[in-house]
Ligand binder design. Structure first.
Ligand SMILES: Cc1ncc(COP(=O)(O)O)c(C=O)c1O
Length: 386
């Protein structure tokens, strides 16, 4: 650990392997993973089909560069468009922040080439999180992400408390609005459906782009391939990462319009054979899981347990918040949050935190009935110790 930069508050356990929704540390102790590697391990650990794909792809070709055609990348772009149900163009990269960087550049170009006077401002929500690169840090509306030590930040972003304020502040400089339909780092908060639909309609009329950051809430996390489907909207640009390739680093930016031309953007690793082959298998398996009704069953089961936790522990929890398998429990006393996190770990359960008062849950989407049952048994033990 001593040779690493001090960027994370790491717990002193070393996970060495996993199976399903269970992970094991170097001492052999097992944990039910209700955090799913922060929403990345969508198919759980050591998924046989994913392992086989990665093994086969690695034996054949991992990388060639985007100087040549990459067939699994083309297949993935087609598959994502089909799952969305409307035509989009894809750009692949390696992370959520990079996917949002692509969206920001698309919006800037759109604003430069389509209007007599350049439009360039992107409006986001104050409680948002869009990444940690210099542009996405600035797009992130939370003040704590803009400390003076990293200044100067790039221009062209404005933040508002809610959708109504965004609508009120659209002007001739606004080129795009970027939102997370379910705010992940900002407290597992779903935005209001009617307000989002109204926003989408107004933006369409004004020729302003709607960008949904589905880095955390996309890829079946909330029950559909994209959360925008649940919201009944068709954003101009959607960004993805996290669960898309089951743990292999990938990011994706989908756009209805072909805005970029040659030379506008690029990535050395983005969309290489390994990550896109892994994503193709991940999407195939998740689509199957969804079509079989198992994903919806998992969501119902998990939600029922969470509601029970709130009902049985009114001294600890205020309410449940979230959608699908992106859920949170709002803690009454934020001092309890760390305690829950640490004691859960002792009891063999991994959970996440969001904001100052939310226990966050992003389990593997394919988690089994028994793993859910065992995880909540460990969670109950934890709550009884608080
Ligand atoms: C909504 C959202 N956007 C962007 C990001 C940044 O993704 P990454 O850490 O892969 O760059 C995250 C990460 O948590 C996220 O939740």
């Amino acid at each position: 650990m001593n040779f690493l930069m001090d960027t994370y508050a790491r717990v002193d356990i070393a996970l060495v392997k996993g199976e399903g929704a269970k992970v094991f540390d170097s001492s052999g102790k097992n944990y039910i993973d209700f955090g799913g590697g922060i929403g990345v391990s969508s198919l759980g650990y050591a998924n046989k089909k994913l392992v086989k794909t990665i093994e086969k792809q690695a034996k054949s070709i991992i990388h060639s560069s985007n100087l040549y055609r990459i067939l699994p990348q083309e297949e993935l772009a087609k598959k994502m468009s089909e799952l969305l149900g409307y035509g989009v163009y894809a750009f692949f990269c390696n992370s959520g922040a990079e996917a949002n960087e692509c969206a920001i550049k698309l919006a800037r170009k759109y604003g430069a080439v389509n209007f007599d006077t350049k439009k360039y401002e992107i409006l986001t929500l104050k409680n948002s999180f869009h990444g940690r690169t210099m542009a996405t840090l600035k797009a992130t509306g939370q003040d704590k992400f803009h400390p003076e030590m990293f200044a100067p930040y790039i221009d062209g972003f404005k933040f508002y408390d809610g959708i109504d304020e965004i609508i009120e502040n659209l002007d001739e400089k606004t080129v795009a609005v970027m939102i997370e339909l379910v705010q992940g780092e900002g407290g597992v908060k779903p935005l209001d459906v009617q307000k989002v639909q109204k926003l989408s309609q107004i933006l369409e009329e004004k020729k302003i782009l709607l960008i949904t950051d589905e880095v955390q809430c996309g890829v079946f996390r909330t029950g559909e391939f994209v959360t925008s489907k649940l919201y009944g909207i068709k954003p101009d640009i959607i960004t993805f990462a996290k669960g898309l390739a089951g743990g292999v680093p990938i990011g994706a930016c989908l756009s209805k319009e072909q805005i970029f031309s040659y030379g506008d953007h690029g990535s050395t690793f983005g969309g290489n054979f390994l990550s896109t082959a892994a994503a193709n298998t991940t999407l195939y398996e998740l689509s199957k899981f969804k079509a079989s009704g198992k994903l919806d069953k998992n969501i119902k089961r998990f939600t029922k347990y969470l509601d029970k936790m709130v009902e049985n522990h009114p001294n600890i929890f205020v309410s449940r918040t979230g959608l699908g398998l992106m859920q949170g429990l709002v803690v009454k006393d934020s001092l309890n949050l760390d305690q829950i996190y640490k004691k859960a770990l002792e009891n063999g359960l991994l959970v996440l935190k969001s904001g100052s008062n939310i226990v966050r849950f992003l389990p593997p989407l394919t988690i089994s009935k028994d793993e859910i049952k065992e995880g909540f048994k460990r969670f109950k033990e934890t709550l009884n110790e608080i």
